[in-house]
Design a protein around this ligand. Structure first.
Ligand SMILES: *Cc1c(COP(=O)(O)O)cnc(C)c1O
Length: 413
């Protein structure tokens, strides 16, 4: 233990001893649960769109902690807000409210479009937000008798806790943990499959509007609008999981806004507090009346530290029009990727700064490793897809740098 701690870093990111030259890998393998593969690098510091590893190498970060570091690393707006809040009041329990909690709830009501009838339930992660949404679905009894069915989409990812895993449409993740909470049926992501499946016994339809973990797969044109019509007709909740797509990532505040609809509930997490753990369920209209006192709760959920971080992030996104930046830079980045004209690149998917690159060969892991070796962090969610989710602050310099490093990685395969 003391041996391993010799490698601890100082706050300036300087590192001594045992962590250098891959020396961290054995302690990682020893102490961290086997659920995680050995990471590719040990990181010690970040600034803007860059991070540095323990050996002093610099990387352009086009993953942003999987769409989390919306403002990049060590953004002064987030650093100042969190520092000030932790020096004032970090946590109070749900017996008390705080100004930052109410401010963030109000901000979420505005940017989601839920407005005055919107309500917010705070948690600490995406999975927890979806757990809350699942409980909300159970409370939808409907006017026509008992609702027993919950619909979700094949290949959609909703989290790893038992309830959110029940919603997740990826059998290999689920099988070891069955039986999971019941009633969930997975359907194909087509309008026809939805029309065939939905009826008055459906309590809720869960939709991931762009399937991030599946490789950034867009829904078919018109799916969300049809889903809105059908769920309304059958008094089913339309619940949109915007944990990865939300908070400006796709070039709108939320991806459902591209389809010009309002859902009954939306789950938000990843990018909302720029790296401080947070999650939220936001309800709209009649869905805001389903939960009653005592039916859900969380010790940390909505605490002043996390909500202050959320306010800082949302305020900075507004101040610097990062939603607009995501839309513009996303288009530029897609153009840039297409301009490589590589036989390896099959298609370019996604919206704004959530971009998937479909590969002709199953070379995604090799390509992401080659990128890393060339100072670029990207991600291979599966063998045939590359995912890009850079900080929303990317500009000309970062795009130029990406072109160079990604080009070198492509050429090296
Ligand atoms: C990441 C993610 C989740 C789970 O969030 P956690 O914070 O990891 O629990 C759920 N849904 C989607 C769409 C996600 O991208």
């Amino acid at each position: 233990m003391s041996e391993a701690l010799n490698g601890s870093r100082t706050t300036t990111g300087e590192v001594a001893g045992a962590w250098l030259d891959g020396g961290w890998k054995a302690p990682f393998g020893d102490a961290i649960m086997r659920t995680l593969a050995t990471p590719k690098r040990m990181l010690v510091r970040g600034e803007g769109c860059r991070v540095w590893d323990v050996d002093g190498n610099e990387y352009l970060d086009f993953l942003a902690g999987i769409a989390v570091n919306a403002l990049g690393h060590a953004h002064p707006a987030l650093v100042d807000a969190v520092s000030a809040q932790v020096a004032t009041l970090a946590h109070v329990s749900n017996y008390f409210s705080t100004p930052s909690q109410l401010e963030l709830a109000q901000r979420l009501r505005v940017i989601t479009g839920a407005g005055d009838r919107g309500r917010v339930l705070f948690g600490n992660s995406g999975a927890e937000a979806n757990e809350a949404a699942f409980k909300l679905a159970r409370l939808n009894k409907g006017p026509h008798g008992r609702k027993t069915r919950v619909l979700a989409l094949h290949n959609a990812f909703h989290g790893r806790t038992m309830g959110s895993l029940a919603l997740t449409g990826k059998p290999p993740m689920r099988e070891a943990f069955e039986p999971l909470p019941g009633g969930v049926e997975h359907i194909d992501s087509t309008i026809e499959a939805l029309e065939a499946a939905i009826d008055d016994r459906v309590a809720a339809l869960f939709v991931e509007p762009i399937k991030g973990e599946a490789g950034v797969l867009d829904l078919p044109e018109g799916f969300l609008r049809r889903a809105r019509e059908l769920t309304e007709k059958h008094h089913a909740l339309l619940i949109v999981d915007e944990i990865q797509t939300g908070v400006g990532r796709t070039g709108r505040w939320f991806a459902y806004q591209h389809a010009d609809i309002l859902p009954d509930a939306v789950t938000v997490a990843k990018g909302m507090a720029g790296g401080v753990p947070i999650g939220a369920l936001v309800t709209f209209g009649w869905a805001s009346d389903l939960f009653t006192q005592g039916q859900h709760g969380s010790t940390f959920g909505g605490n002043p530290l996390a909500t202050a971080a959320g306010n800082a992030v949302l305020a900075e996104i507004e101040r610097s029009d990062l939603v607009g930046n995501a839309a513009r830079r996303g288009e530029e980045l897609k153009q840039l990727i297409r301009s490589f004209d590589s036989p390896l690149i099959d298609d370019v998917r996604g919206h704004g700064l959530l971009i998937g690159i479909g590969l002709t060969d199953g070379e995604a892991h090799r390509l992401s490793d080659a990128a890393l070796a060339n100072g670029l962090i990207i991600n291979a969610p599966n063998e045939s897809s590359i995912r890009l989710a850079p900080p929303l602050i990317v500009g000309d310099a970062e795009l130029a740098e990406f072109r160079e490093r990604f080009g070198r990685a492509l050429a090296s395969l």
